[in-house]
Ligand binder design. Sequence first.
Ligand code: SF4
Length: 80
Amino acid sequence: MKINDICINRNKSNSCKNLNVKKCTEKLCSFAQTKEQAEASRENAFKRLASLDIEKQYKIAVKYYDCKMPWLKGSVKNEG
Ligand code: SF4
């Protein structure tokens, strides 16, 4: 079993890439996320983003995704 099979945010030194904690709290942590859960969450987020009107999508792309829209096929660049 790999170190991050339990949670993708856990690294080799048993610290957390996501939370401001000294050591991973493992089973007590409600933020633990497997790779499959992370992929499902990302997919759901992208579906939600794709459902927004295009102006909102552009604003989010500029602010958070370096002007890219990875939730659309081909990752369209914002031209405006
Ligand atoms: S289980 Fe919680 S504390 Fe541990 S790596 Fe995952 S998110 Fe961080």
